[in-house]
Design a protein. Structure first.
Length: 405
């Protein structure tokens, strides 16, 4: 029997957080399949690793360029209304993708165009979604709330790969996108049940002061060293280690000589590992030193990539994928927890949008990693990404541990 005094049990008893979590589950099921489904779709149309990078870059470039303005929107307007709108539009674009595949008119250019449109929606969506959680829980519940929120990534990363090959096998790739569209509709319906008034902006931002407000947020960020260090590390990781996922279809076909089943199995290993890490954080996240775990889990993540890219690493690919996914989940969750716990509410949307540049940096990283893989080798691209991220995290991590040990 589950102890009702456990922090995660108390969180799920709160209606608004529970609805937000359920919406996140449906949404992340959709997002998981959307990202990896598009990569596999592109691989079926071309053997170019650069094209794999481009479809990912098309989705992330708007995040890199526009998420700062998305943060301003998040601080100026009701965040729940924004999220409802973006999730509904995600559903429309995903269903459109399914129909284009079904009627055999999909091609790489159309796929990149659709990815760009969903990237623009993401640039608006992410700052609002990231900012909402702090309004739903108390500060002492924040670490557990973020870990609980992160578990939906782990669950979706297990359910998704388990169903990927059967759905593709019986319904074709179009079936994947029709199911994603339904998941986004379920997200929208769940968000409709949440209380709008909780998410009204705390401070009015006048439209003619847009750039002034962004400058104030950036200045606040620079003057808060821990946020600035995590941002800098995140951007370098986004360009290097964080973009390795674009090579998974190429690893599947070129190195493992596999099919969609092999692709699903690789992703499944990552999902199981991620769920294991998230479960650990739910149970012990409020008892561990988040700064130490942020640094050392990141170093382990990078070290595993270095080994994977070495001459003997591919023979241990399933074991290394498990380590990579486990360490990455802890690293990213601890980074998010640090940020959420230290940023002021009035700056939350704008600061989180600036920090999302680390994720948006994948727009550059996806093409860069794809170029390295096509010009040299897949192994070299992975090894290089691991080395650069390891150096960046070693330098930044030393400063973090020295100040916050």
């Amino acid at each position: 029997m589950i102890n009702k005094n456990f922090a995660f049990v108390k969180l799920m008893q709160a209606k608004e957080y529970r609805l937000f979590w359920i919406a996140a589950f449906f949404s992340n099921m959709g997002m998981w399949a959307l990202v990896y489904g598009r990569l596999w779709l592109m691989r079926t149309m071309t053997d170019s690793e650069i094209m794999l990078g481009l479809v990912s870059s098309a989705n992330l470039a708007p995040v890199l360029l526009l998420s700062i303005f998305g943060g301003l929107i998040a601080d100026k307007y009701n965040r729940l209304k924004i999220l409802r709108s973006t999730r509904f539009l995600f559903s429309i674009m995903t269903l459109l993708t399914g129909f284009l595949i079904f009627f055999k008119v999909m091609n790489p250019i159309i796929l990149i165009l659709i990815s760009t449109i969903t990237g623009i929606l993401l640039a608006i969506d992410i700052p609002s979604r990231s900012s909402m959680i702090a309004k739903l829980v108390t500060k002492d519940q924040l670490a557990t709330a973020i870990s609980m929120y992160s578990i939906v990534f782990g669950v979706s990363a297990i359910v998704g790969p388990s169903l990927f090959h059967p759905i593709v096998n019986y319904f074709g790739l179009s079936g994947i996108f029709f199911i994603i569209g339904i998941f986004y509709l379920l997200t929208f319906v769940t968000l409709i049940k949440m209380n709008l008034s909780i998410h009204n902006p705390t401070k009015e931002i006048k439209s003619y002061k847009v750039f002034d407000e962004l400058y104030i947020a950036a200045k606040y960020l620079v003057k808060t060293p821990i946020l600035f260090i995590i941002l800098s590390i995140g951007i370098l990781e986004g360009i290097t280690a964080g973009s390795i996922d674009v090579l998974i279809p190429a690893i599947t076909t070129d190195i493992l000589n596999g099919t969609s089943k092999t692709y699903g199995n690789l992703l499944l290993i990552g999902g199981i590992s991620g769920l294991f890490s998230t479960s650990f954080l739910i149970l012990y996240g409020d008892k561990i030193n988040k700064y130490t775990f942020y640094v050392f889990s990141g170093l382990l993540y990078c070290l595993a990539l270095i080994i994977l890219g070495s001459n003997f690493g591919m023979d241990k690919i399933f074991y290394l994928f498990f380590i990579i996914a486990a360490a990455r989940v802890i690293h990213q969750t601890m980074g998010t927890t640090i940020i959420q716990s230290r940023v002021k509410e009035e700056f939350r949307g704008r600061v989180l949008s600036i920090l999302n540049l680390s994720w948006g940096a994948g727009a550059i990283g996806s093409v860069f990693i794809g170029f390295l893989a096509e010009s040299f080798s897949i192994n070299f691209a992975i090894f290089f990404a691991g080395i650069i991220s390891f150096i960046a995290l070693s330098v930044g991590g030393f400063a973090i541990i020295y100040k916050y040990k």
